[in-house]
Ligand binder design. Structure first.
Ligand code: ADP
Ligand code: ASP
Ligand code: MG
Length: 872
């Protein structure tokens, strides 16, 4: 603001243009449809050089902090400014709710009213320090509040709330706030919007009348000084003089109307976000401000629900080519968004600028065979709807022309159906058309960008992304201008749709993978440790962000759709499994049902469920998870080795839903055995024979047994080293190896179940029949016999190996003695080895060998599976 207002020159020119300038009719929700907006030019122009219109929304005048920011922003301007303000944040809602209380005879309306009085008084006390000015302001404000009280009393006593009264009540928010702001700003003059913003009633709606308002605005501002302040939103009817308004959010519109009428240099919308964002920041927390938008893009985004600007706002300034700048009152230093008439080619931005959505969508489908090629059906549809005041925001028609789907708001849905059933009653009776089909609980999403038309493949990418995440598109529409693709989805998929689209179009700098981890034993703990350690590097080098969105043990679980902060489990700068487990114990109690509910209910995109348990219950969730487009990575072998039909169904579901079910670590821990078999088969090879030592525990036992370490002691050591399954009997009974062999055989293309495997046990069955305690107790009774046999094996220069074999489609497991020349002879510690004989690797089989057990290599294998889902 200039310090010397008298020195500022202004220029006033009145031009009369008797003929209408030929602008196209443009329908706006709150425009005066019968009067084209070119009339802005008809009554002359007032051009105040170096002038801006600044609009401050509810939150910008809602607190002491924000209103003082407003003061600073306005007083820091170099140009003259017209300031348009909303009611104090939340007051409009409160005015409405209080009138509802009053009309229903609820005496508590008085308390609600008093709260509003209190709020305004407190604000005035905090920001106006000059006593004299405070008194004058309080006199005005109290006068207004007094009127408001009388109106409420009337409503309460009569029990009637007409539209006229409602409109009067709701206007007090802006009437009061504008007076407060005008007193707060040095040298400001208060202007009464009710005197120059006029509306006209049409089809039950109060539409802004430019014809009536324009001369009044010019008159009101003809001797405009340096700073003017007025309330947004409020208006008066041009016929009755009653108080009306421009609709919720209408202060933006008031500001645009003034900017256009006064030929401002710029219209600035000051709000609580740093610009027009790529998506609604309340839904998408990594949405970010867009630098530049064209008027067309901004209009499309606002029409589809981007609340940051009230949709009718754009047109009046657009036809005058006045830029709109969106700024953050709380962070004035942020750049904000500039909306202009971007010239094609000038904007090198992304193809898609933003995404917006409307969540109350109903879809009506008009269909019937007689519609095909018949001229006039669409005319009848839209005429009937328009005549009944139903506004249609999306239309989709197949080129076969036998159905047209129309998107309307939920409130209009029943009426629209009724109207159309009536309109086509004859055709429906004759069977040429069907009754209208109404689908509710839907949402509409629009992706917007003028550069879309120069970029092929946008629709493909959009629908591909949605499909991969299990979101069905119910209807879609793309105009030939190609600045917008809109589509309808179930309302419950809205959040996920916005997330996946936002992620794939705006955050392609890095990809997000959302991980649920079940099981925090040695493998799960080690996996988290590895994720925590690799996260930063993956982000930097692979552009992959791994978010752990859920961690569950058998009894507790924690969830956070934005990612659980793993740093909270650090100790001495390093991730600590113990701290995690302790933290988890404090978390909410959980069980299998809650786990399923939370994971599926979170309905989050790009998600992977990682099972590091040995639980059959958890394995029982996979089918539902996969069906909900959640990939599954399992260290748990239960599912892959369960009944063949179950295994086959899981694989089929994953294929059908376009997600992955991976279990590389089920066999040979981190060794790439299953992947290798898959690669061989996928490239046309055939697996003829598999021979393998697949039990790290058993191999450890037979490598450790010696004259000094008896058999029972080796089992104990295997358990201590963490090689064995939680219940070592699963290893010693050969069950674990059988499960692995079954999994490998299935992956190799053979239909095999555990019962089909021929087993030669080395411990009598009776040892497995009792309890675990009995087992440990009885185990030493085997030591003598093992020692006798061990001596024989040693004398013959042989080694014991527990070998799993697939040959001629048959599986078997047996403890074998192998000689020095056998490839299995030298197999250290808990290592695994597998020989794969295929049509290609025939005379010399392929050999894979290495660590076959241990938490950290298994966790690394699970991590590798997770990474392969990220597909990088
Ligand atoms: P004001 O009271 O200042 O008029 P509004 O609440 O009407 O503010 O509009 C600003 C709000 O719009 C933001 O706080 C944000 O939550 C919401 N919003 C929705 N979509 C978008 C978007 N695409 N960009 C920015 N804000 C958006
Ligand atoms: N105060 C009005 C509302 O809350 C107008 C506005 O803020 O734009 O809708
Ligand atoms: Mg608003």
């Amino acid at each position: 603001m200039r310090s010397n207002s008298n020195a500022r020159s202004f220029f006033l020119s009145l031009q009369f243009r008797p003929q209408k300038v030929g602008f196209e009719f443009f329908s706006l929700p709150f425009g005066e449809n019968d009067v084209p907006l070119q009339l802005f030019f008809e009554y002359g122009t007032l051009k105040i050089y170096g002038m801006k219109v600044l609009k401050f929304g509810g939150t910008s005048v809602g607190s002491v902090e924000s209103i003082l920011n407003l003061k600073k922003i306005v007083e820091g301007q170099d140009e003259a400014v017209v300031v348009v303000v909303s009611a104090l944040g939340g007051i409009t809602d409160k005015l409405i709710n209080t009138s509802k209380l009053a009309v229903s005879g609820d005496a508590s309306y008085l308390t609600a009213y008093e709260e509003m009085v209190e709020r305004h008084h407190r604000m005035i006390d905090a920001i106006i320090t000059d006593t004299e000015r405070k008194q004058t302001l309080l006199a005005t404000v109290d006068e207004l509040l007094g009127q408001l009280k009388s109106i409420y009393q009337g409503v309460f006593l009569i029990g009637d709330l007409s539209e006229k009264t409602s409109n009067a009540i709701v206007s007090y928010g802006e009437r009061i706030s504008s007076n407060i702001v005008a007193t707060l700003i040095e040298g400001a003059k208060w202007y009464n919007s009710l005197e120059f913003i006029r509306t006209k009633k049409k089809q039950g709606r109060n539409l802004f009348s430019n014809t009536m308002s324009q001369p009044l605005i010019l008159e009101a501002f003809k001797d405009f000084g340096n700073v003017g302040v007025c309330g947004g939103f409020i208006s008066t009817d041009c016929v009755t003089g009653e108080v009306t308004n421009l609709g919720r959010g209408g202060s933006d519109y008031t500001a645009a109307i003034l900017a256009a009428a006064l030929n401002a240099d710029v219209l600035e919308i000051w709000t609580d976000v740093s610009g027009f964002m790529t998506a609604d920041p309340r839904v998408i927390n990594n949405a970010y401000p867009i630098d530049k938008l064209s008027y067309v893009e901004a209009t499309e985004l606002c029409n589809f629900g981007a609340k940051v600007v009230y949709p009718p706002t754009i047109y009046p300034v657009c036809i005058k080519n006045i830029p709109i700048l969106i700024k953050n009152t709380f962070r004035p230093e942020d750049k904000g968004t500039i909306i202009t008439n971007l010239v094609e080619g000038e904007d090198e931005g992304r193809a898609i600028k933003g995404i917006s959505s409307i969540n109350n969508t109903s879809l009506i489908t008009v269909s019937g065979l007689s519609m095909v090629g018949v001229i006039g059906v669409n005319r009848r549809i839209f005429t009937a709807l328009a005549e009944n005041g139903v506004s249609v925001f999306m239309v989709s028609q197949a080129s076969s022309e036998n159905s047209t789907s129309i998107g309307v708001t939920d409130d209009d849905a029943d009426r629209a159906c009724e109207v159309l059933n009536r309109e086509f009653a004859k055709e429906i009776e004759m069977g040429a058309m069907y009754h209208m089909k109404l689908e509710r609980d839907l949402a509409t999403v629009a992706i917007v960008g003028e550069n879309m038309k120069h970029t092929p493949g946008i629709a493909g990418k959009l629908f591909g992304t949605l499909g991969r995440n299990g979101i069905s598109v119910i209807a879609c529409a793309q105009g030939a201008s190609e600045t917008n693709i809109s589509f309808v989805v179930e309302r419950k998929s809205l959040r996920k749709s916005l997330n996946v689209i936002h992620d794939s179009f705006f955050l392609s700098e890095y990809q997000v993978l959302n991980v649920f981890l079940c099981g925090v034993g040695t493998v799960g703990g080690s996996l988290l440790e590895q994720i925590a350690g690799q996260r930063a590097k993956l982000m930097k080098e692979r552009n992959l962000q791994i978010n752990v969105v859920g961690i569950a043990s058998g009894h507790n679980a924690m969830f956070d759709r934005n990612g659980i902060d793993l740093a909270q489990f650090e100790e001495g700068g390093k991730f600590s499994i113990a701290r995690l487990r302790a933290g988890l114990k404090q978390a909410e109690a959980s069980n299998i049902d809650r786990l399923k509910e939370e994971v599926i209910g979170m309905n989050i995109f790009n998600s992977v469920f990682v099972d590091c348990t040995a639980s059959a219950e958890v394995a029982g969730l996979y089918e539902d998870l996969l069906s909900n487009n959640i990939s599954v990575v399992a260290a748990n072998k239960v599912a892959a080795s369960s009944d063949y039909n179950n295994y086959a169904r899981l694989k089929a579901t994953a294929r059908r839903r376009g997600v992955k079910y991976l279990f590389e670590t089920n066999v040979g821990a981190g060794l790439p055995i299953i992947n290798t078999i898959n690669d061989l088969i996928n490239s046309g090879d055939k697996i003829l024979k598999l021979e393998a030592v697949l039990s790290g525990t058993l191999n450890f036992i037979f490598n450790t047994i010696s004259a000094d370490v008896p058999f029972s002691e080796t089992v104990r050591l295997a358990k201590e080293e963490g090689y064995a399954e939680p219940d070592p009997r699963i290893d010693l009974s050969g069950k674990d190896v059988i499960r692995k062999l079954v999994i490998l055989s299935r992956e190799a293309g053979y239909k095999m179940n555990q019962e089909d495997v021929e087993k030669h046990l080395f411990i009598p069955q009776s040892f497995f029949d009792g309890s675990l305690e009995d087992f440990w107790k009885n185990l030493p009774s085997l030591d003598a016999q093992f020692e006798a046999e061990r001596k024989e094996v040693e004398a013959a220069h042989q080694h014991w190996r527990f070998v799993a074999k697939l040959e001629n489609g048959k599986g078997s497991v047996a403890l074998q003695r192998v000689g020095e020349r056998h490839p299995f002879y030298d197999l250290e510690g808990s290592n695994n080895i597998i020989l794969i004989t295929t049509e290609r690797y025939n005379q010399y089989p392929m050999l894979i060998q290495g660590y076959g057990a241990g938490a950290s290599v298994t966790a690394a294998g699970v991590f590798a599976d997770i990474m392969s889902i990220a597909n990088i």
